[in-house]
Write a protein of this length. Structure first.
Length: 83
């Protein structure tokens, strides 16, 4: 994966984490709703795992977030050279 794609993925995960925290949703709740373990949610949020697109979509759906919006926000927040 090239650096720009990697930067976009990292930013998107960070935005999902911020949104989870803003909504006061626990990792346990997201894990239950997405079919993942709370430990895996934590690993993903801390950058210790590189999730598949399917996994990220399951997390976004569990939170009631449209992933397209997260990607748009992530692109806007990246430096111009990384878009």
């Amino acid at each position: 994966m090239n650096r720009n794609a990697q930067a976009l993925c990292v930013k998107a995960i960070a935005l999902l984490q911020k949104e989870r925290q803003r909504r006061k949703l626990s990792k346990y709740y997201i894990a239950q709703a997405s079919g993942l373990s709370p430990q895996m949610i934590g690993y993903i949020e801390r950058g210790m795992r590189n999730p598949t697109l399917e996994t990220v979509l399951r997390i976004a759906e569990a939170m009631g977030v449209r992933f397209e919006h997260i990607i748009r926000r992530a692109r806007k927040e990246l430096p111009r050279h990384a878009r």
